[in-house]
Design a protein around this ligand. Structure first.
Ligand code: F0G
Length: 465
């Protein structure tokens, strides 16, 4: 007899270790924000009540992961922990060479050093900010080709993370295959709402990559969440396990890299995996220069162990059902409170559409950053801007060229917060939304040219009082 399906989906774990939350007063938060130059990356974490800055490296590891850490082999070369991780990654991805990396951007730097350079172009459903920055740092160009409708944030569609296949094919034909370094599919598409990529889209992108002889790489920071969303949303996938779906996704690539700080729950870690022997050799040579010997890649042996366990736990069905439902639950609550969000909710975060909530603030007034700061001032909740502060460019005379979106991302660390934290968030955000028209624009005081949002200083554009 089948198990009864209960309506309430519970957290599929119990808590063994707790950390207190940091309560602050409004006056403290005002002082903190002024000191931080209205940049939430500069706010000390012990002045944050609920930290939704990122789901990266902020998850709770399991008892199994902590136990595995004790088995870490800390040998410099050929550690047992490396072979454990290698077997796990090979089993999952089917890829031959496994290079541990301390995090996603290290893999990006190593891979693009070997494949980028002036004149080269990378084509993607959307590059994440560090991906784009690492490509551009080699002198190459990163082009986003999201599926039509992906930027129509209010309109739901099941696979807004897909790449625009016609545009991809046309762009390769226009540039000539020799200029295209690779196709990158980001699972899920973090920059555009954590939206999933369908297997059908991956399969078709693979066909294009083969026809033009251009390699296809996957950025798989959130491959398990992508697999669950495929199971829920793609025709014919409902009866497959997330592991089967993930394996099929990996079967379409020549290589992949993972910031394992996301779906694999680890606080630090990642890997690059690929089939091409010559490319693997140049990547290993490069990693020795900056990351470490190729069997540890800037990580401790214990980190490799925790990562190997995390890759398996990420695909657990009880966990994924709860994970994706908990994101949707936050989306339901915000929608009911009249807060415009990227529809439908994706895998790891809810993205608030600040352009719609704050139509009175133009992109040059950083509406999403202004909203994120208001959320912090109201209740100590930290989120992140994905808009003109993160992705805006400078025109020839220094003017701000707006990004194509103004979003505030509420990224949910895995297994760390409970439903009452989410209920609290909904209450706070509903309150902020009722005061949306009073939120003031910000002005940029200073920012470096590359990845400026991490260190920028801002201030209210309209004098207070
Ligand atoms: N690719 C994607 C899709 C990412 O989301 C990230 C990081 C990276 C690559 C880089 O990995 O941080 O380990 O070096 N995203 C984090 C975020 C920072 O908040 O979304 P990393």
């Amino acid at each position: 007899m089948n198990e009864r399906a209960w309506k309430t989906i519970i957290e599929p774990f119990k808590v063994k270790v707790v950390e207190p939350l940091a309560f602050t007063t409004r006056a403290e938060r005002e002082a903190v924000l002024r000191e931080a130059g209205w940049n939430l990356f500069k706010v000390p974490a012990d002045k944050v009540l609920i930290d939704l800055l990122t789901d990266s490296g902020t998850s709770a590891m399991s008892a199994e992961q902590w136990s595995a850490m004790m088995r870490g082999d800390e040998s410099y070369a050929g550690a047992r922990s490396f072979f454990t991780l290698e077997a796990e990654v090979r089993g999952l991805t089917g890829l031959k060479h496994v290079l541990p990396m301390h995090q996603g951007r290290a893999a990006e730097r190593v891979l693009f050093k070997a494949t980028g350079g002036p004149g080269k172009v990378f084509l993607s459903n959307s590059h994440f900010d560090t991906t784009r920055a690492n490509i551009e740092a080699t002198g190459a160009e990163a082009l986003d080709l999201p599926v039509p409708g992906a930027l129509d944030f209010g309109r739901p569609a099941p696979f807004k993370g897909d790449v625009d296949l016609a545009a991809l094919d046309a762009k390769i034909a226009e540039l000539g295959a020799s200029r295209v370094a690779m196709i990158i599919m980001t699972l899920t598409n973090n920059s555009l709402g954590g939206q999933p990529v369908s297997l059908a889209n991956l399969r078709a992108a693979r066909e294009i990559s083969k026809r033009h002889k251009v390699p296809l790489f996957l950025d798989v920071a959130r491959f398990a969440e992508n697999s669950w969303l495929v199971k829920l949303r793609e025709k014919g996938q409902a009866d497959r396990t997330p592991t089967e779906i993930a394996r099929e996704a990996f079967s379409y690539c020549d290589g992949c890299w993972m910031s394992s700080k996301k779906d694999a729950f680890v606080n630090i870690g990642g890997f690059l995996a690929l089939n091409n022997d010559a490319l693997a050799k140049s990547c290993r040579d490069e990693m020795i220069l900056g990351e470490g010997f190729p069997t540890y890649g800037g990580l401790a042996g214990r980190d490799l162990e925790a990562l190997a366990v995390g890759l398996r736990e990420a695909l657990d069905e009880h966990y994924l059902r709860y994970r994706i439902r908990s994101i949707e639950y936050l989306g339901d609550g915000l929608r009911k409170a009249g807060v415009p969000i990227v529809e439908p909710p994706g895998g790891h975060a809810i993205y608030i559409d600040a352009r719609r909530l704050l139509p009175h603030i133009p992109p040059q007034g950083y509406p999403a950053q202004a909203l994120a700061c208001e959320l912090y001032l109201t209740a100590g909740v930290r989120s992140v801007e994905i808009g003109t502060l993160m992705f805006g460019r400078r025109g020839p005379s220094g003017e701000v060229l707006p990004a194509s979106m103004e979003l505030v991302r509420l990224a949910i660390p895995r297994r760390a917060y409970t439903q009452s934290h989410v209920d609290f968030l909904i209450e706070v955000m509903a309150d902020v939304a009722t005061r949306a028209k009073d939120i003031k624009p910000l002005r940029l005081v200073e920012a470096p040219a590359r990845l400026g949002h991490f260190t920028a200083r801002l201030e209210p554009a309209v004098a207070e009082g």
